[in-house]
Ligand binder design. Sequence first.
Ligand SMILES: NC(=O)c1ccc[n+]([C@@H]2O[C@H](COP(=O)([O-])OP(=O)(O)OC[C@H]3O[C@@H](n4cnc5c(N)ncnc54)[C@H](O)[C@@H]3O)[C@@H](O)[C@H]2O)c1
Length: 250
Amino acid sequence: MRAGPPRVALVTGAASGIGLAIATQLAKDGLITVMLDRSPAISDIAAGIGERAHAIVCDVADAAQIHAAVDEVDSRHGRCDVLVNNAGIHPKRDGGKFLIEQIPMAQWQEVMAINLTSSFVFCQRVMPLMRRNHWGRIINISSRGGRTASPVASAHYAATKAGLIGFTRIAALEGAADGITANCVAPGPIESAMTAGSSPEVRAAFARSVPLGRYGDPEEIASAVSFLAGNGSSFITGAIFDINGGTYMP
Ligand SMILES: NC(=O)c1ccc[n+]([C@@H]2O[C@H](COP(=O)([O-])OP(=O)(O)OC[C@H]3O[C@@H](n4cnc5c(N)ncnc54)[C@H](O)[C@@H]3O)[C@@H](O)[C@H]2O)c1
């Protein structure tokens, strides 16, 4: 067991799906887990996890709200050791994807702000806190749709998830000297509100394309994040963990 105060994790988009599973797992692992979401339900959800979980209502599309959230974590806990950039959206059109010609500019910008720019703003604010302790773990939730052409991914979603991979590699280089690692997890189809928005036809076709024959569970992403957040991942940085039931094998 590590001596000293418990580590502090910050998980965005923690009110449902993959983010909720990650926060639940990290709290079980003994970390103080700060759960961020734009949904006010996050307060009750964090209370349900127990005393190690704290909630902050924060819209990650708004840089000022990110700054306020990180300031709150710093003043309350004096540290932030693990940052999981998980919040993300994938707008659907009639249960399917938006074609490039159909994407309104405002929607393009919203997807960029939530899925990509927020990770930049969080890293900009949290990396100095990690540098103070010469230890940090940045885990960015990308997607199979950012790894390869996916028939169900829209262009804005794929662009942000591919962008996150490039961003993570630079964070890995820039954090390395201070013991900060940065890695991506790239899930394939996972049962959540996001995939529930797909039509039954899209879901059935996608499930058939998975060698393991099913959608994954959010907990199957959380277990990998738990590993990346701990000491056991100390020599892993700039890596991409493809967790997709075998749908993409680079
Ligand atoms: N479910 C999948 O199959 C799958 C596959 C690959 C990648 N992912 C990625 O995993 C992450 C989590 O997805 P999920 O499937 O759990 O989706 P979800 O819709 O169940 O959860 C997303 C959470 O993010 C929150 N959120 C959205 N916009 C926000 C904002 N502006 N500010 C704060 N919180 C916001 C939502 O309120 C929600 O709680 C996303 O980045 C997604 O792209 C999911």
